[in-house]
Design a protein around this ligand. Structure first.
Ligand code: BTN
Length: 264
């Protein structure tokens, strides 16, 4: 059995969704680009694509996602409809955090869906939607987790801000086992998005980095804002309090950066 078929079997054994035509490539430009290509050709929900390495991995806001060997690079095609699409990135963050917790690594979520351990980035989620007049047609949901990443292979400016499962002492993290756990948990939270979306937000809040009250600089849609972190509301938007006391809701698509203001 090849690696992709073994993954489908492992996901099913965990009670997760039935993967459609999974692919596991030695090298791809980006697993999300491949999923988008398949989506445009009419592929079904839970079409899954993985790669050992990516030559053009992408993060949020057009940033590059360094993708050397030793990482999990996974994208899956979902068709959530407009009502479920907004909370999907949060659901994916919770699923990824739960999967790494299963390997003994406690991470927290930085809105909207960065996985952090002691302030260092362990993983991230990139949700790219295609919409028509009728609403969201599909979402290419990409998840990247640093498994056995060697920091020496990263650009110097990234080394100190990044960690990996191995560096955090994870119990035997194989990409197959981790991918199966992420997809199985994603299946659970994807169902919850339809049946009880408030549970997704509650689960996200439970795992959120304890930054509430922190003064942050936010870059949103080309504008720089400074305010205190107040909450994530029931629609998954970040709420900040501006200096005059007014509150502003920020949705994940418009925000490129949330950074604590450095002490003077
Ligand atoms: C972020 O934190 O900026 C999101 C990173 C998402 C990276 C994953 S790796 C698999 C998929 N393919 C990509 O090119 N990006 C996502």
């Amino acid at each position: 059995m090849d690696r992709a078929a073994a993954l489908a079997q492992a996901v099913a054994a965990l009670g997760g969704p039935r993967l459609v035509a999974p692919e596991w490539h030695p090298l791809l430009a980006s697993t999300s680009d491949r999923v988008k290509q398949l989506a445009r050709a009419g592929a079904a929900e839970w079409t899954a694509v993985l790669a050992e390495r990516q030559s053009d991995g992408r993060g949020r806001e057009g940033r590059a996602w360094q993708s050397p060997a030793g990482g999990l690079y996974l994208s899956v095609l979902l068709r959530p409809g407009a009502e479920r699409a907004a909370l999907l990135p949060l659901a994916a963050g919770v699923a990824a955090a739960e999967a790494v917790a299963g390997l003994g690594v406690a991470s927290v979520l930085k809105w909207p869906n960065d996985l952090l351990v002691a302030g260092r980035k362990l993983g991230g989620v990139l949700a790219e939607a295609s919409s028509t007049g009728g609403g969201v047609e599909w979402v290419a949901l990409g998840i990247g987790i640093n498994v056995a990443l060697d920091p020496e292979r990263l650009p110097a400016e990234l080394r100190s801000g990044v960690t990996s499962l191995h560096a955090e002492g994870a119990t035997a993290a194989s990409p197959e086992g981790l991918a199966a756990a992420v997809l199985a948990r994603l299946g659970v939270w994807y169902d919850a998005l339809r049946e009880a979306p408030s549970r997704v937000v509650a689960a996200w809040r439970e795992r959120a980095a304890p930054w509430w009250g922190t003064l942050v600089d936010v870059r949103a849609g080309g504008t720089a804002l400074r305010g205190r972190l107040v909450a994530v509301d029931d629609d998954g938007a970040l709420v900040i309090e501006l200096p005059g006391g007014s509150r502003r809701r920020l949705v994940s698509g418009e925000v490129s950066q949330v950074r604590p203001v450095a002490a003077p």
